[in-house]
Design a protein around this ligand. Sequence first.
Ligand SMILES: [Zn+2]
Length: 184
Amino acid sequence: MGGYGSGRPGYRITTQASCRLDIMTIQRQGAIEPGACTQSTQRWISTRSRQETSIGLLVDCRADPYALLIYSRQAGTDVPTVERVRASISVTQPHYGGRRYWWHCPRCNRRVRILYLPPGAGDFRCRVCWCLTYESSNESDKRVSALVNDPLKMLALSRSAMAGSSKNIMLLLRAYDRLEKRWR
Ligand SMILES: [Zn+2]
């Protein structure tokens, strides 16, 4: 296990690095209307490359609701192609009233709030299908790795924990856990 960073094996793409279509946000924008067909454009700017992705969205709720996601896809230096992906939508009625919309992942049909298009990928899928991780769990993974690779730091944290500080207990437990797996 050598250090950490983007080159670390097993490092997963995060949800934040992916273009996301949050159906709740889209609903708040008024781009989903019961009984109607609505067109809108969703924009997303990559925090890394500063590149803008724009997705044309056509939401048809006249019968069984679904959306068409229209976006251009460029593989390498090829001429961009236009993709049209159909995603089913389902509606639930929360206790507090109103309507709540959900995507169905075009691949696994799982009911989700957000569909993701990771950098370089061609289609929208749910977080599980893309094996995406949240930024924060990668961050704490990095902290656990740093601890496991630095026994002195781990000792210092263990001492402060024994002295009654509960601040880093979870982190320590995860580090111990990782060490135990390593030596088993
Ligand atoms: Zn899926």
